[in-house]
Design a binder for this molecule. Structure first.
Ligand SMILES: [Zn+2]
Ligand SMILES: [Zn+2]
Ligand SMILES: [Zn+2]
Length: 148
């Protein structure tokens, strides 16, 4: 059934996002599939409100809940812009850090052995055990720098 331009497009469903819901024992409903379809198309960072705007037929609660389930399953990442605005990005590799262009919100993923080594060394000096870390590096990406 085609009710609007949204569903007329061929769905793009990233299998890892779908599997994350299935593995978690969550029901795969049509609204959840629509959310996954939108997320699967995102090339950069996005706000939960962007997804709500793109899916007027899906309730806000469903959008936020689906994002939460995917966050809990570690297949999408939560990022915070310098002004505190939360953003999300679909993860490409397991453990990684982010570069975020503060102008166009292009998000890059990177890993660097030096950072991981530094944190392991730091663990010996800090009280308690480090159970995780998050590193976000704010940039002006190449394209935004040219048009500055
Ligand atoms: Zn990420
Ligand atoms: Zn940029
Ligand atoms: Zn790391």
């Amino acid at each position: 059934m085609t009710t609007n331009a949204e569903s007329a497009q061929r769905p793009i469903i990233r299998p890892d996002l779908l599997a994350a819901l299935e593995d978690g024992g969550h029901r795969i409903t049509k609204p959840r599939l629509s959310v996954i379809d939108r997320l699967s198309r995102k090339k950069g960072g996005f706000k939960a409100d962007d997804i709500c705007d793109e899916l007027p037929g899906v309730g806000r609660a469903t959008v936020f809940r689906t994002i939460k389930l995917l966050l809990d399953a570690d297949v999408i990442c939560k990022l915070t812009l310098p002004d505190g605005t939360p953003m999300y990005s679909a993860a490409l590799v397991h453990h990684h850090h982010h570069t975020i262009c503060v102008k166009c919100f292009r998000i890059g993923e990177f890993r660097h052995a030096t950072i991981e080594r530094l944190l392991r060394a730091l663990e010996r000096e800090l009280p308690g055990d480090i159970i995780g870390h998050r590193i976000e590096i704010f940039t002006l990406c190449g394209e935004c720098e040219e048009t500055r």
